[in-house]
Design a protein around this ligand. Structure first.
Ligand SMILES: Nc1ncnc2c1ncn2[C@@H]1O[C@H](COP(=O)(O)OP(=O)(O)OP(=O)(O)O)[C@@H](O)[C@H]1O
Ligand SMILES: [Mg+2]
Length: 476
């Protein structure tokens, strides 16, 4: 297995040939509307092309460097929704704006879910289309910056990496979420990258230069949590010997990330609901309303809907927070990310710990790919960090991973060290005996790695030089 360091792959592209004059493709079976849009957008200075059907549009996109598609939803043959799916599959970075005759929320939601950039209802105002087009093109370079074609596609967004199409969908969603003011609920098992996603939403939005405040609602005792979030005045309770600013006030103009929102006590849920609805709160021991402008992102590893049904979480708050939802897929749903993350963390920790670990033996990789990762990326990261610390050669070996499941496999097999040589009645020639064992194991290691010496050395816990020395000693 060979990897390029991910950093090398992700230089941003600014040399797009269409950067100066983006080309917009208009798709509509209605000729008059098509022409109307062509004239309107050409007047705005865009280069414009058009197609009367979805089929023609797709053919055109294979030939032309299209920056944006504006398409009608209802068309004979390939309709707008199908066209959208095809474009997302083949030209993932091209934003699509859909136009429909009916203000149907269902279609709008379905379109957004499939990755439409935006959605316009006929009749639309000229100003409206102008604005939406401008916004889509303006945000394009940002949304595009994570896409970088390599032989082995790796996608990057903010501090997140992936190779998985499932995660790619989320990567495509985040820049658009970032440019909206709505609350977001990020769900997912522990260690799936919920906080990274929250940071990406903040970093890619207009609030990026303002504070990003994190609070773990499950990590603070209930009686302290309120003053932590909303602050308190002097003398608000015994021990409050001075006024304290709460995190909502600190996060003003910025973003607050409420981690483990499911742990928020009922009393504070009421107070939070007020912040969400009225953008104001009072601090403990005070009656003065404090106005804030804070974007709220929340995360949970529980099924919040179940918590609502069980009466532990307020339904109204749930709907307010859940305006946009992201579900971070667990690592077992994106196995293609395991080798990528392994190499990424290997590079990170060998640099950090000043070690020359460069790779991982194919056996160790196999063990990782079979492992279920209940703790997801965070667990994988911990495993690699620990293995790098323990590594004695430039390859990570199965032994140093210390996976719970792998250990079980190992003990089921017989360990080479459980073999007990017998001395025999006449004794033995120790040198000769050890040479024999050494030679046999060198050969076996080479067989197992198909002659790849660095890897064979790794399996035997030897560095390459000492492995090579032994090979020459036995003329292998
Ligand atoms: N896509 C990714 N690319 C790079 N690193 C990642 C990715 N996803 C997660 N990580 C790493 O995994 C670790 C866990 O991520 P994060 O803290 O965002 O997860 P979480 O879902 O908030 O976890 P928890 O539920 O335990 O709080 C972090 O150290 C992060 O660097
Ligand atoms: Mg977290």
């Amino acid at each position: 297995m060979s990897f390029t360091h991910p950093e090398d792959l992700f230089t941003e592209t600014t040399d797009s040939p269409s950067a100066a004059r983006p080309k917009i493709l208009i798709v509509d079976d209605d000729q008059s509307l098509r022409e109307f849009l062509e004239i309107l957008l050409a007047k705005e200075g865009y280069s414009v092309c058009s197609a009367p059907s979805g089929q023609m549009a797709l053919r055109l996109m294979d030939r032309e460097n299209v920056s944006l598609v504006v398409s009608d939803v209802r068309m004979p043959g390939i309709d707008g929704m199908t066209l959208l799916k095809e474009i997302k599959a083949k030209h993932a970075d091209v934003p699509v704006i859909l136009i429909t005759a009916f203000a149907s929320l269902d279609t709008a939601m379905a379109a957004m879910k499939e990755g439409a950039w935006d959605y316009l209802t006929k009749p639309f105002r000229i100003e409206e289309i102008r604005e939406v087009v401008e916004k889509a093109l303006e945000t394009r370079p940002k949304a595009q910056s994570f896409i970088r074609d390599t032989a082995d596609k790796i996608y990057k967004l903010d501090n997140m990496l992936t190779k998985s199409p499932v995660m790619l969908k989320i990567f495509q969603l985040i820049p658009r979420i970032a440019s909206s003011p709505s609350s977001v609920l990020i769900s997912g098992e522990s260690g799936t990258g919920k906080e990274l996603a929250a940071r990406a939403i903040h970093n890619l939005g207009v609030r990026k230069d303002k504070p990003f405040v994190v609070i773990n609602c499950g990590g603070i005792p209930e009686n302290l949590l309120e003053s932590e979030l909303f602050g308190h005045s002097r003398g608000a309770f015994t021990g409050a010997d001075r006024k304290k600013q709460g995190l909502f006030a600190i996060a003003d103009q910025g973003t607050i990330f409420l981690d483990e929102i499911g742990e928020l006590p009922m009393t504070l849920q009421v107070k939070l609901l007020r912040v969400v609805q009225q953008k104001s709160f009072t601090s403990l021991g005070d009656t003065k309303e404090i106005k804030v402008d804070v974007r709220i992102l929340a995360a949970t590893n529980r099924d919040l809907e179940k918590e609502v049904i069980a009466g532990r979480f307020r339904e109204d708050l749930y709907y307010r927070l859940n305006v946009i939802q992201i579900r971070m897929p667990p690592l077992r749903e994106r196995p293609e990310d395991i080798p990528l993350m392994v190499q990424y963390f290997l590079d990170k920790y060998s640099k950090e710990q000043n070690k020359a670990v460069q790779g991982i033996s194919s056996f160790a990789m196999e063990a990782l790919q079979k492992y279920s990762f209940p703790g997801n990326v965070r667990e994988l990261e911990n495993i690699i960090e620990r293995s790098v610390a323990l590594a004695t050669s430039n390859l990570l070996l199965p032994e140093s991973l210390s996976l719970a499941e792998f250990k079980q496999q190992k003990t089921a097999e017989s360990s080479p060290f459980s073999y007990e040589p017998c001395l025999g009645p006449e004794g033995l020639d120790l040198e000769q005996f050890l040479s024999h064992i050494e030679k046999t194991l060198l050969k076996k290691a080479l067989e197992r790695t198909n002659g790849v010496k660095t890897e064979a050395a790794g399996i035997l816990g030897l560095n390459f030089r000492s492995f090579r020395y032994r090979l020459s000693k036995y003329a292998l």
